[in-house]
Design a protein around this ligand. Structure first.
Ligand SMILES: Cc1cc2nc3c(=O)[nH]c(=O)nc-3n(C[C@H](O)[C@H](O)[C@H](O)COP(=O)(O)OP(=O)(O)OC[C@H]3O[C@@H](n4cnc5c(N)ncnc54)[C@H](O)[C@@H]3O)c2cc1C
Length: 388
């Protein structure tokens, strides 16, 4: 098998010098810049705009974009490292860079024309948040049953419909929007469009008030005779389903990283607490039951990280990764929920309050099983592949 980028076969968690330095920089950034805002952003349900400016300034919004377009020219794996480090501190921060890197930039790099890349990638790297709008009120797991329509009108397409659940929508300047040009063609009518925020006929609807990742904006998009120039077609007419499937296949690894980072953050906090909190005259960490609980969770976390890293390394090596990506997303979201839930119990009653971060980790963990394909949808993909 051809493995052009697989120059070294080593332990999955062994990082190159460049990756180690990058990981350390992402961790330091998350601690210094993100951590101080986490509680306020969660309480207010608003992402700090100045923080997003810093994501751009530090290159976190264009990690694997080629240097010719102003990006960092890194690997997909580096984006995964950054998502993990950010999510260890705040899963909302993790998903901001996840959507930008693994969905929006990725789709443009793969499907965009040279003119589109030159027009949009430098902006996405420099100052423009991107969003990815596939889901609708009645098109969730059944993602290709879109009601949004696109009609050709000379050198434009006219879009009508509503998209739901669009992450980053409040902050975004560029949206990848999927609509069907001919419902009779079924999924083969689905077409992807690049829509700038100020396009006439485009507006934001309701912003969701959520259980977790509260700082990450999730909004409805409204398309009312929204005129999109033909040159903003992403890929060809009727190829939108491919754009969606291929980017989401990769994006799932990002969610694996988000959930791995979240689980790490929850466990690290619980370990500190278990060493400090005393009952029956000694720290909780000295009770074997607590030790075993933490050891089991650390083992789960290790497995989650290995699955995520493996899927990302496979993708960078241009080897098949579809099954591994679905497995990573499925498994890591389970691990994140279990780790966050059991870590909360380590705090006893205090874990149930907002005085400690445990409850936020648990709230944030729930989304891992839902977006970019629910757990059942991951199982469907895995089953299809192993039974083929
Ligand atoms: C916070 C948040 C952010 C999001 N961000 C984005 C975004 O940026 N862009 C975007 O396009 N979408 C986004 N989504 C949408 C997300 O991808 C969908 O919510 C998800 O795909 C599930 O769709 P649904 O909510 O309609 O649930 P449904 O599809 O109605 O599913 C409900 C339940 O039924 C199960 N189910 C459905 N079909 C089957 C089946 N065939 N077999 C077995 N079980 C089944 C599901 O697993 C689930 O348990 C986001 C969602 C949330 C909550």
């Amino acid at each position: 098998m051809n493995t052009p980028h697989l120059s070294l076969i080593g332990p999955l968690t062994a990082l190159s010098e460049e990756e180690r330095m990058f990981q350390a920089a992402a961790r330091e950034f998350a601690e210094k810049e993100i951590r101080p805002h986490v509680e306020t952003m969660d309480r207010e349900g608003v992402f700090n705009y100045e923080l997003i400016d810093k994501f751009f300034a530090q290159g976190f919004m264009g990690l694997s974009v080629a240097e010719t377009y102003g990006g960092s020219g890194g690997t997909f794996f580096m984006a995964i490292l950054a998502i993990e480090e950010f999510s260890r501190v705040d899963a909302s921060a993790g998903v901001v860079i996840d959507v930008q890197n693994t969905l929006v930039n990725n789709a443009l790099e793969r499907w965009g024309s040279e003119a589109q890349k030159q027009k949009f990638l430098p902006r996405l790297v420099r100052d423009t948040v991107g969003a990815y709008a596939l889901s609708e009120a009645s098109a969730g797991s059944d993602a290709f049953s879109l009601a949004a329509r696109a009609r050709e009108d000379g050198d434009h397409f006219v879009l009508n419909g509503r998209k739901l659940w669009t992450t980053n929508a409040k902050e975004a300047g560029l949206f990848i929007v999927f609509a069907n040009v001919d419902p009779e063609l079924g999924y083969k009518g689905i077409t992807a469009f690049l829509i700038e925020r100020d396009t006439p006929g485009f507006s934001l609807g309701k912003k969701e008030d959520k259980l977790g990742i509260r700082a990450s904006s999730t909004c409805e998009l409204i398309l009312e005779d929204c005129r999109v120039p033909r040159e903003h077609l992403l890929g060809e007419v009727g190829q939108g389903y491919k754009v969606a499937i291929e980017t989401l296949n990769e994006g799932r690894i990002g969610i694996g990283a988000q959930m791995t980072g979240l689980a790490r953050g929850a466990l690290e906090h619980a370990i500190v607490y278990a060493k400090e909190r005393k009952q029956f005259g000694k720290p909780l960490a000295e009770f074997q039951a607590i030790q075993f609980q933490l050891a089991r969770l650390a083992t789960d976390l290790e497995a989650a990280r290995l699955m995520t890293y493996n899927a990302a390394r496979l993708k960078d090596a241009r080897l098949p990764f579809l099954k591994e990506a679905a497995m990573a997303k499925y498994f890591c979201s389970q691990v994140a929920e279990r780790v966050a839930s059991e870590c909360l119990e380590v705090y006893g009653g205090y874990g149930f309050t907002k005085d400690y971060p445990a409850e936020k980790y648990l709230r944030d963990s729930k989304i891992g099983k839902i977006y970019e394909g629910t757990s059942f949808m991951q199982l469907q993909t895995i089953a299809k592949l192993i039974l083929a």
